[in-house]
Design a protein around this ligand. Sequence first.
Ligand code: NAD
Ligand code: DAU
Length: 334
Amino acid sequence: MRLFVTGGAGFIGSHYVRTLLSGGFPGYEHADVTVLDKLTYAGNRANLPADHPRLRFVAGDVCDRALLLDLLPGHDAVVHFAAESHVDRSLADASPFVRTNVGGTQTLLDACVASRVQRVVHISTDEVYGSIAEGAWTEEWPLLPNSPYAASKAAADLVARSYWRSHRLDVSITRCSNNYGPYQHPEKLIPRFVTRLLRGRPVPLYGDGGNVREWLHVADHCRAVHLVLTRGRAGEIYNVGQGNERTNRQMTDALVRLCGADPGLVRTVPDRKGHDLRYALDDTKIREELGYAPAVPFERGLAEVVDWYRENTGWWESARDAAESAVRLTPAGV
Ligand code: NAD
Ligand code: DAU
């Protein structure tokens, strides 16, 4: 078995690859893995083993058709994580989002057809549905993305589905809720707040802190991705969640407590443009059809993740500085 993983040096993709290489997916203990990752600001080669007999790492772009046609033949399946993933950056400059998330997905799928790859899983997001005040989205919900990031992911989903309908490419799509876990870039809420609180620095809570997100440990997301890869049906979409809804204020209070920080470090700042109020998924389909059951209890998972950032300062210090200076993600005075 040969797997091709795009974006495998990022947060979720690297968790998937590390799990695969450490034998965490039964039946895949001998699988060979090719990782293709552009190593943007979000990718880190150190998220993967430096040297592993079953890992081949290629620094390259999913928009590079010639490279894909060179690399893909002989692979049995592709798991496509690579994307520009941060909403705030898409508000500052949407062009890399459209290029990579839409153009990169189309180029990859085209190369999969040409290379006769048998199976593809496209990693999408719950943000394609927009924002939901009450209830939860099923997979049949209309797409109504609000940020340029979410719009680029929604476009990619439609491109993926079209490759199934038109070319009979065996592709399934996952739409997951907000992930948390180790190795997440410190531009995102949880690592950003934890790495600041641990240093006694203020944290910027957008708006009134009443926006709601549904949180899932990255290990559970990766288990779901692998289930879809091995048992998911072609052309189908699978929502992935756990039902752990928290307002950002509740999440911030929990992080302040877990970091042993001063609650006075929390600063409310002007809201994100077009800030989605609430995300909530109905993931009955993947539970009933594929037997998905998240395994990491939220309170324990969150505490362990805070401990991980406390113990791995070397990992996040350089990424943090680069992130905050690059696009002025931190408001003045925070
Ligand atoms: P990330 O930003 O941590 O990692 C993205 C990776 O893709 C990086 O390693 C980056 O170098 C690579 N990349 C970017 N552009 C590339 C290109 N043109 N060619 C090759 N590689 C490129 O993102 P993440 O949080 O790990 O998200 C992974 C996937 O999961 C994305 O598709 C995202 O939309 C989706 N997702 C994320 C979450 C979440 O909460 N983080 C939730 C649901 C879905
Ligand atoms: O729902 C899945 C999505 O979750 C993924 O598709 C995205 O790739 C991922 O980045 C994430 O998007 P969010 O915008 O929900 O995540 P983020 O961590 O940026 O923000 C979470 C919430 O916290 C959101 O309501 C905005 C708020 N926030 C975020 C940051 C970075 C703050 O209040 N302050 C901050 O500094």
